[in-house]
Design a protein around this ligand. Sequence first.
Ligand SMILES: CC(C)(COP(=O)(O)OP(=O)(O)OC[C@H]1O[C@@H](n2cnc3c(N)ncnc32)[C@H](O)[C@@H]1OP(=O)(O)O)[C@@H](O)C(=O)NCCC(=O)NCCS
Length: 185
Amino acid sequence: MQPPPPFEIQLKNGQVVTVRSATPDDAEHLLLTIKNYIPDSEFIPKLSEEISMTTPQCEEWIQSFIQNENSMLLVAEHQQRIIGNIDLTGSRRKLMQHTAVIGMGILSEYRNGGLGTALMDAIIKWARANPILELIWLQVYAQNHVAISLYHKMGFVDHGIIPGFFKHQNQYYDNLTMSMRVKEF
Ligand SMILES: CC(C)(COP(=O)(O)OP(=O)(O)OC[C@H]1O[C@@H](n2cnc3c(N)ncnc32)[C@H](O)[C@@H]1OP(=O)(O)O)[C@@H](O)C(=O)NCCC(=O)NCCS
């Protein structure tokens, strides 16, 4: 399915950000952004040393969203810099191809300004228009109040918690699964 057309949004502080679908040319910058926001988020279950993706692998990753009809990757850009992304990864399994899982992250200096809401809104609209997708879902640290309040606002519902699912420096964190139907049964 066609990607959504690029659009601009104004953050709460007045900065104007462009949101558009990613192209393989974005690989180097997107990777830099991901490598930047992962270590400074306490709620992404990945350590810096585990980010092993290379630029060519990132190009392939972006290409997979272009090729797979039930997947979409959007990036947010401010002053020629990628500042965040949202990825909707459709299942490759036939019995679950109507489902897709969401991941997202934003550079810390651009958080809490409405960008997450805009990215999520765009991906939900695209998923609703997609003829294959019926259910989108995500997993989130149960302590990630900013993300959870955003997901509730957008209409996601809770499906239960696995206690102690994440373990970092001997601290346990719970994992909440949430979903949203984008088509009725
Ligand atoms: C989670 C994330 C993508 C959200 O994007 P964002 O641009 O910060 O989100 P927004 O500003 O659009 O929305 C955040 C909402 O949380 C609310 N919020 C802020 N602090 C809060 C708190 N402590 N408790 C509850 N809600 C809070 C804000 O008021 C806002 O809601 P509003 O727009 O209705 O006022 C972003 O913060 C991020 O990248 N965090 C680090 C990585 C991460 O956690 N990724 C998600 C993994 S599941």
